[in-house]
Design a binder for this molecule. Structure first.
Ligand code: COA
Length: 535
């Protein structure tokens, strides 16, 4: 077993400066997370409490096992949009009656819990995670349905919400709806499509159309209770399987339902785990601010993997990509981590070979991103960089073991793809506050636009406006820089959250544990295909 030896100078000025910069970014992040926690703000929170109701996060806390962790997902959804940060729903993985479940809770303090375009995307992502990782789903329902002013963005794609529930059920993944309040119109299909439904006396209201709509449609006079009250659904329509007295009772019933699922994880159990030999606190000072200077990802691994033990594969070859085997919380992982930023032909081939090896041994892969992309230039093109990058992208696309991605630094260009970016369906993808992701760096992008514009002016025989070009470059640089930042990308659901570097090991452990609800299988190496291609 090889143990990583850190050479990080935690007493030097660089470490102090990087740490300072990371802490400042974490403060900004905390302020945005606080917005999600504040939901609809003081006025709506106070009104909700006056009605004798629990806030969505309190509901989740009471649902979870005592002291169980909750891995919140996409807390910044909607950041930078016209909607509240968090998108009026809380999603995450938590342990209920000993079972890891996907929890989806509407926040009724935000526009009545109505779903806007970011809400639906966030719920789709939660449903995908539940399906891929075989996690029972618990919906905590209280929502005004579709956000009516933006209905054009959600009505048609939004049908997936209900489809996903029944497909989960068909895949053998139980779904539970605990209805705390309104669940009207399309929203009625959340309990409608769930395997188990709990409603609360005099609180839950589940109908396709409320009294005014019924009056308009058929002229019938009706009231909430007769149309969709909990007692009616428990005793007359049969839509409610359980009638709860109050909110804590509904949460208790939810816990009992999960306890009776007789849930068993299908993946291998973890080995006993040891803590890393180096303090995760030091992760704050590893990444240089501005990402101009390369850093050694082994310094990250030394503070993330079990016992800081890492068996490096091909350490002498293609060494701007580090590959090797480790464990995180007792789960084996193969690691691919960018070292000096650029992916050359050697690194690409090494990655393709390594990914095949992980598939041969059913070992999940962890990608630590800090890449500016594949190398460009005459020599590299002539050396076949496109073919070699394609091998890596082919391997990552067709690899069948679970993938985890963490953007710790840059993640630019096709390097983002080869390192299992969002479009390559990693089971989970998180970013550190230091991450940046775009088609290329902002300066390079602005420079390319400028060169293209200059050439176009020349070919038209027109003079080139230097002042306008300088202004354009500055504007484009600023725009691309802002659009590469983790809060912006997280707001658009391009990751599952921005995390504190110090939490990396815990977050990865929770993800790996969730993943192991399903069997872990690589692409088939069963004698019917090819062996591992040496590259
Ligand atoms: N779309 C957009 N905004 C909505 C909304 C929706 N579906 N539902 C509620 N809101 C807004 C309200 O306009 C209100 O905004 P304001 O405070 O700026 O005036 C805010 O959310 C809170 O709504 P309010 O009615 O005061 O809250 P409530 O807790 O008393 O009632 C509901 C919540 C959901 C019962 C009620 O708002 C409602 O019936 N909404 C419409 C439900 C519906 O028919 N949806 C169609 C689904 S397809």
């Amino acid at each position: 077993m090889s143990t990583l030896k850190s050479t990080l100078d935690t007493t030097g000025p660089e470490y102090a400066a990087y740490r300072e910069a990371m802490l400042a970014k974490l403060d900004e992040l905390e302020a945005e997370h606080a917005k999600a926690v504040a939901g609809g703000g003081e006025k709506y929170t106070a009104r909700h409490r006056e009605r004798g109701k629990l806030l969505v996060r309190e509901r989740i806390e009471l649902l979870l096992d005592e002291d169980a962790p909750f891995l919140e997902l996409s807390p910044l959804a909607g950041w930078g949009s016209d909607f509240r940060v968090g998108a009026s729903v809380v999603t995450g993985i938590g342990v209920v009656s000993g079972v890891e479940c996907m929890i989806i809770g509407n926040d009724p303090t935000v526009r009545g819990g109505a779903s806007n375009p970011w809400t639906t995307r966030k719920i789709f992502r939660a449903a995908d995670i539940a399906l891929e990782n075989r996690l029972p789903v618990i919906n905590l329902v209280e929502s005004g349905g579709a956000d009516l002013p933006t209905q054009k963005e959600i009505f048609i794609p939004g049908g997936r919400l209900f489809r996903d529930l029944t497909r989960l059920s068909a895949a053998g993944i139980p779904t539970v709806a605990l209805v705390f309040g309104n669940s009207t119109a399309g929203g009625a299909y959340v309990p409608g499509m769930s395997d188990y439904v709990v409603m609360i006396e005099e609180r839950s209201k589940v109908f396709l159309g409320g009294p005014p709509l019924v009056k308009m449609a058929t002229g019938e006079e009706s009231d909430d209770e007769a149309l969709g009250g909990a007692a009616m659904h428990a005793r007359v329509s049969g839509l409610a399987d359980y009638l709860a007295r109050d909110e804590p009772d509904a949460l208790r019933l939810g816990r009992r339902i999960v306890a009776r699922l007789n849930w068993r994880k299908h993946g291998p159990a973890p080995a006993p785990a040891t803590e890393p030999r180096y303090d995760p606190e030091e992760l704050l000072g590893v990444v240089p601010e501005g990402l101009k200077v390369p850093f050694d990802p082994r310094e990250v691994l030394a503070r993330v993997v079990d016992g800081s033990e890492f068996d490096e594969f091909k350490p002498e070859y293609g060494n701007s990509l580090v590959t090797g085997w480790a464990r995180v919380h007792g789960y084996p992982v193969g690691v691919l981590a960018n070292a000096r930023g650029i992916l050359f032909s050697e690194e690409s081939q090494k990655a393709a070979q390594f990914i095949q090896l992980a598939n041969q041994t059913d070992t999940p892969l962890l990608f630590l991103h800090n890449t500016t992309g594949y190398m460009v230039g005459r020599d590299y093109e002539q050396g076949g960089i496109i073919k070699h990058g394609a091998m890596m992208i082919n391997a990552v696309s067709n690899s069948k073991v679970p993938h985890l991605s963490v953007l710790i630094g840059a993640s630019y260009g096709a390097g983002h793809y080869g390192m299992c970016g969002r479009a390559y369906d990693p089971r989970f993808l998180f970013a550190w506050p230091s991450a940046k992701s775009a088609v290329m760096g902002p300066q390079q992008l602005a420079g390319v636009l400028s060169i293209v514009a200059r050439a176009a002016a020349e070919s038209r025989g027109q003079p080139f406006d230097e002042a306008a070009d300088t202004a354009m470059r500055e504007a484009v640089e600023a725009q691309v820089e802002a659009e590469s930042l983790p809060m912006f990308l997280s707001g658009r659901l391009y990751d599952d959250g921005v995390i504190d570097p110090r939490d990396t090991r815990t977050v990865l452990g929770l993800c790996l544990s969730a993943i192991h609800n399903n069997p872990v299988r690589g692409a088939q190496f069963d004698g019917t295909g090819f062996g591992v291609f040496r590259m």
